[in-house]
Write a protein that binds this ligand. Structure first.
Ligand code: SF4
Length: 471
């Protein structure tokens, strides 16, 4: 329950509640704002499962952001008294913590000043503040400043089975994949429509990204059909980066890798998540670590020179020692990118439905271990994002060898370029000088197929959005 007196910062107050009390059903927050002699005072009271605490915080508020921060600080102060969940990112609750940091640096603030603001105003720990600054500096070199350069994202919402922590694809993964032929047909039509819009607007494609789901869950001939549509509608030779996620090793074959190479894609992702087979079985991934090694070695042998591998810190029953071994084993393979996620339990996931208790013990140590080991092997952090309820309120970080950073990830996370998103669940983000607007596709594959005309209608409104002047 949320009671706000004299202010309407509901979202901000809720965000702090979510940080400390992810199971927030029995949470009560009362937040009270008063003003006196040019100062604003916030008093917050929190009750949760028999425990209660309050905290007062005051300051001078001139902008809406000042008020939001003051209200969050007060709620944070009360919440941390009765919760043992760490919040290393303080009141920086957005999913892109490096974005405000980059803005401060671009506005001329020195690194020391930014560090002080992050620690004193936003209550970010020293370690995370330094990470955010490193990422913001990396973004400065990687992201485009040219608004005419855009990203294209093509989503494939199929996987061979559903991982237990995921709700992205439907429960019945094997049934869903039966829609793939019809889905690919519609996607080819959408590629054609989007390419025309991009050309008509005088834009050019900087990077192209096939994500999911698992794009390689499609058959070899479906992949080829899609790649043909891409090459017929875009000049792939002019695209700076072309990625295909081949995430699940159990979907990778020599023929599919060969189709990816022929398409012009040079960056792929093959994701083990962990080296431990008992964990892989437990989280429903239907492949072993050896399957991953075979797929990885095959990709190398076939000539892929830019491979990303995803890992998850905090998987059920894994200890810091197990995670550390996973890092060592993977880094020995020398992937160009390593993306380290912290376990994020989606609301409709199997883990959540079965009320499996996930421990956050040791997870911060795991994240630190990954950072140290990556640094030793010459992989540096270059992109960062948070999700709302990750274990330990930690982050996901992309590490890369210099010169192999994923431009799509950098442009997307920093909001520097528009993203034209195709396929089920695609959210097109139009980044203009004065604003950002979004155009949504339907989330499910069957809606995408059955209501395709509506999607095209929405997409055809993009030129108007782009050319509209605000105010
Ligand atoms: S491979 Fe990724 S998208 Fe597919 S079920 Fe697993 S976590 Fe979800």
């Amino acid at each position: 329950m949320l009671l706000l007196n004299n202010h309407s910062f509901k979202y901000e107050t809720e965000q702090i509640g979510l940080l400390f009390f992810p199971q927030h059903e029995n949470l009560k927050i009362i937040s009270n704002l008063t003003e006196k002699d040019g100062l604003s005072y916030v008093h917050t009271e929190i009750e949760y499962e028999g425990k209660s605490a309050s905290f007062d915080f005051s300051g001078v508020c001139e902008t809406k952001k000042d008020y939001a921060n003051l209200i969050k600080r007060s709620a944070f102060g009360a919440a941390e008294k009765i919760s043992d969940i760490p919040a290393p990112w303080g009141i920086l609750t957005g999913i892109r913590p490096a974005k405000p940091v980059r803005k401060m640096l671009e506005d001329g603030a020195a690194e020391d000043e930014v560090l002080a603001v992050l620690k004193d105003t936003y209550l970010v720990t020293d370690k995370k503040a330094r990470l955010a600054i490193d990422i913001a500096k990396a973004e400065r070199n990687l992201c485009t400043n040219d608004k005419s350069k855009v990203s294209v994202y093509i989503g494939i919402p199929f996987c061979p089975t559903r991982c237990s922590y995921c709700s992205f694809i439907s429960h019945d993964a094997s049934k869903m994949i039966k829609l793939s032929a019809e889905y690919v047909k519609k996607l080819c039509e959408e590629i054609k429509v989007i390419s025309k819009i991009i050309n008509d607007l005088g834009l050019s494609v900087r990077n192209l990204y096939f994500g999911g789901g698992t794009p390689t869950a499609l058959s070899e001939s479906e992949l080829k059909t899609l790649f043909e549509a891409v090459s017929e509608n875009f000049d792939v030779s002019q695209i700076e980066e072309f990625t295909v996620e081949a995430g699940r090793p159990d979907t990778i074959t020599r023929e599919k890798l060969s189709a990816i190479l022929e398409s012009g894609a040079r960056r792929i992702s093959i994701n083990p998540q962990t080296k431990w087979d008992e964990t892989l079985k437990r989280i429903g991934r239907n492949h072993t670590f050896e399957d991953f090694l075979n797929a990885y070695n095959l990709a190398r042998e076939m000539g892929f020179r830019n491979i990303n591998c995803d890992l998850i810190a905090g998987l059920p029953s894994e200890t810091p020692a197990m995670f550390s071994e996973t890092c060592d084993t993977l880094l020995k393979l020398s992937p160009e990118n390593l993306t380290v996620h912290t376990l994020y339990i989606k609301r409709a996931s199997r883990i959540k439905a079965e009320h499996e208790k996930i421990s956050t013990a040791g997870i911060e140590e795991m994240v630190d271990t990954a950072a140290e080991k990556c640094k030793e092997k010459g992989l540096f952090p270059y992109y960062l994002y948070k999700q709302k309820t990750t274990s330990g309120n930690l982050e996901n970080v992309g590490y890369s060898k210099r010169g192999f950073e994923c431009l799509y990830n950098s442009d997307t996370m920093s909001d520097s370029a528009s993203v034209f998103a195709l396929g089920a669940g695609g959210v097109t983000k139009l980044v203009m000088d004065d604003r950002i607007e979004r155009v949504f596709n339907f989330k499910n594959a069957d809606d995408y197929i059955n209501k395709f005309d509506e999607i095209i209608k929405r997409k055809e409104s993009i030129p108007k959005i782009f050319t509209r002047k605000e105010g």
